[in-house]
Design a protein around this ligand. Structure first.
Ligand SMILES: [Zn+2]
Length: 86
């Protein structure tokens, strides 16, 4: 409660909007440079361990690559390259 009211009364709406734009631009830039993130299901390893811990199989979610295209990058690709299958 205190945090929210403090933030609302402290800065002008323009400053808040500016911060939002800067954050969005930074995120977009980060997604352009680093388009991938670790796949959550396999922790970026591309493998799913059996309960015993010895056997493993290829993670289906990322097809064994262990990587996941970031949401921001997906939006970027969707807006720049239409009809591309990813
Ligand atoms: Zn995976």
């Amino acid at each position: 409660m205190d945090l929210m009211t403090g933030a609302a009364s402290g800065g002008s709406p323009g400053a808040v909007a500016l911060v939002a734009v800067v954050l969005a631009a930074g995120y977009a830039l980060a997604c352009a440079i680093y388009p991938f993130t670790a796949h959550g299901r396999c922790n970026g390893t591309g493998k799913l361990r059996s309960p015993s811990g010895k056997a493993w199989r290829t993670c289906r979610g990322c097809k064994g690559s262990g990587r996941k295209l970031r949401v921001g990058r997906r939006l970027f690709d969707a807006t720049t390259r239409h009809g591309r299958n990813l």
